[in-house]
Design a protein around this ligand. Sequence first.
Ligand code: ZN
Length: 149
Amino acid sequence: MTSDLRDLYQEVIFDHYKRPRNNRALEEANHHAQGHNPLCGDKVTIYVKVDDGVIQDVAFEGSGCAIATASASMMTEALKGRKLEDVEKLFHGFHDMVTSPPDAESPPLGKLDALRGVREFPARVKCATLAWHTLQAALRAHDHPVSTE
Ligand code: ZN
């Protein structure tokens, strides 16, 4: 990666940190979960509204470091309008991207590529993946209809 690209990526991360997208509670959410990364102190709540197997809306609240906040913000942008079956693939693609050795090839992931540099900082990987793990938990939490009967 050239230093220009590196600067650009840092700019993207900083922008998402300073002005996080979809940073709010989602009233209409039918899935939500809380995540915590004790190593860094990042906390996040992910809200998802799923209809017909498609993510109609997704938002987050929480407090975290720049990487955790930017990653959650970018994730919400990447997920809107996605089918649930694609979300799993995206999660694995993202996870591979940030955990692969620095010189390993990994498929491009569009805007999420801005976080590719995290792989060079193993201590930050959990910051970058917190929102994604919390999303998985949220989507699993209500797999079965909840009944009070
Ligand atoms: Zn963090």
